[in-house]
Design a protein around this ligand. Structure first.
Ligand code: DNO
Length: 359
């Protein structure tokens, strides 16, 4: 297992590489180049420059989160081949610079969604929260306004300005779209990029839909065991794998996370480990990582990862996820330093216990 922390470069993060370096157990970052417009190639020079910034702080950059997929690829428009070509070049350039795992998502129009990015808790901390009735009453503009309005000036991954301006039109576009047609577009993308990922030795790791149920009638992709099975069968290569996000998948009551980890272990290349507190069928607060703080059994989740093929043929990248905003920190929602650092040591502690119990 290799522990990482998500980090945004070029002044778009309140957390520094020096701080990340001092969290025990963290060997690298999962980073990105959000200034490059979606669909463009990440050039060798741009990747090399990012890598040298990370390396100069003594950290590795073996994971990228994310190279976003151009909407024309998701829509299956004739222009998709140009963007797929750029994606392939990006994979090659990342592989040449030592990146081994690429996290991405195939969610139409928008990435993750929450109704409140800073809900106050009784202990004085704040968390991101999702109330389904509140979200469905919103329209794309108001949800975008509420998300970006509370982002403390940081860019929100998945809520880039170029997406916001076309959100309403894109939601309309997908109303004429069948779920099967959407899946056919995923397969078209995978069949084009997976051979390049194999030769560049970069494992592709799709992130589940967050939340894992339909919003604005948009097609859904990775939400439960059945859809993951279907997704992995689209292309059998081990390079076609998963980012197993316990928080995203964990709010769907039907999901037995340890069982899913045991089933998909060898295809899980990256794990986002966080807890959630379920408040209703489709309502939840994010929370601190410990099992007792939320609804997920983190002991069983980490145990399943430890016992699965997660890190046998591959490093098995992990990162803590979100958590609360504590100790007065002012950071990008979901990406503060303190609660994620507490999450790292908790996950590392569980991992060490499994290792020692085995020997
Ligand atoms: C949310 C993140 C997601 C993830 C993307 C992957 O906090 O886990 O934004 O990075 O869905 O493309």
């Amino acid at each position: 297992m290799k522990m990482t922390l998500r980090w945004f470069p070029y002044g778009d993060d309140s957390v520094t590489l020096e701080q990340i370096r001092q969290i025990p157990g963290v060997s690298g970052v999962a980073s990105c180049l959000p200034k490059i417009p979606v669909g463009d190639e990440w050039t060798k020079d741009a990747v090399a420059a990012l890598k040298s910034i990370v390396a100069s702080s003594g950290l590795e950059m073996e994971v990228i989160e994310s190279v976003n997929i151009h909407e024309d690829i998701k829509k299956g428009l004739p222009t998709r081949d140009r963007y797929i070509d750029n994606y392939i070049k990006t994979i090659r350039n990342l592989g040449e610079r030592g990146v081994r795992c690429l996290c991405y998502n195939f969610m139409p129009v928008m990435d993750w969604a929450r109704s409140d990015l800073a809900k106050p808790l009784l202990d004085g901390s704040t968390v991101m929260s999702y109330e389904h009735d509140a979200v469905v009453k919103m329209n794309p503009e108001s949800i975008a306004k509420s998300m970006t309005g509370k982002s403390r000036g940081y860019s929100l991954p998945g809520w880039e300005p170029e997406r916001l301006s076309v959100m309403a039109a894109d939601i309309e576009f997908y109303k004429r779209f069948s779920q099967e047609r959407y899946w056919a577009n995923i397969k078209y993308f995978l069949d084009a990029v997976i051979p390049a990922a194999e030769s560049a030795d970069v494992r592709m790791a799709i992130h589940p839909d967050d939340p894992p149920w339909p919003l604005f009638d948009l097609p859904k992709v990775v939400t439960d065991a059945a859809s993951i099975r279907k997704f992995l069968a689209l292309n059998d290569s081990p390079y076609n794998g998963l980012t197993f996000c316990t928080g995203s998948l964990g709010v769907n009551e039907a999901n037995d996370l340890p069982a899913m980890i045991r089933e998909f272990g060898g295809r899980i290349h990256f794990a986002h480990i966080r807890n959630v507190k379920k408040l209703g069928k489709k309502d939840f607060d994010e929370c601190a990582h410990l099992s007792r703080e939320g609804s997920l059994d983190m002991f069983e989740i980490v145990k399943a990862l430890y016992e699965s093929a997660f890190d046998t043929d591959f490093p098995g990248y992990v990162r803590p996820d979100h958590g609360r905003m504590i100790w007065g920190e002012q950071a990008r929602p979901g990406y503060g330093l303190y609660d994620r650092a507490l999450g790292v040591t908790y996950i590392e502690g569980l991992w060490e216990a499994f290792e020692k119990m085995k020997s």
